[in-house]
Design a protein. Structure first.
Length: 161
């Protein structure tokens, strides 16, 4: 489950999400399902970043970036519009991931939530904001989920995907 899917599941369960400073605040009339709370906990940093618009770009900024990339590929490379848009979306995804780095405590895997027991946690990323700590076996799935989440968010913003 991605951060966007966790937000969607939370809203479907009647949970209102908000920010209390840099912390995620939840409110609900009924006790939320444990699976939804687990997903929110696992993706807390991403959800906070989404709610804060940490990357500093508006929806219009993303649309301009997308349109520029699609235009370059379509006109300069001579590709059909559909393929140009697919490549532009990939460019946007990479930019979104770069603008929304994740960091996590060094004692818990951001992928599976497990601790640094018999399988050492490794730092991923080089952002000055810190590292995402993961088991080596968790990185591939975690990174694929991050990319899928970026595409989901961008699809909501620019209306493609």
């Amino acid at each position: 489950m991605s951060a966007v899917q966790a937000i969607t599941a939370a809203r479907a369960a009647g949970i209102e999400l908000s920010l209390d400073g840099a912390d995620l605040a939840l409110s609900a009339a009924l006790a939320p399902p444990v699976a939804v709370l687990d997903a929110l906990s696992r993706h807390k940093a991403e959800i906070v970043a989404l709610l804060q618009h940490v990357d500093g770009w508006s929806g219009e900024d993303w649309q301009v970036y997308f349109d520029e990339r699609a235009g370059i590929v379509e006109f300069d490379a001579g590709l059909p519009r559909a393929e140009a848009e697919a490549r532009a979306l990939e460019c946007c995804m990479v930019e979104w991931l770069n603008r929304n780095p994740l960091s996590s405590p060094s004692n818990r895997c951001l992928g599976c939530g497990g601790e640094d027991d018999h399988d050492k946690l490794l730092p991923y990323g080089a952002a000055p904001t810190g590292h995402a700590w993961l088991h080596s076996r968790c990185w591939e799935a975690w990174h694929a989920n991050r990319k899928a989440g970026a595409v989901e968010v961008l699809s909501l913003i620019i209306g493609v995907g």
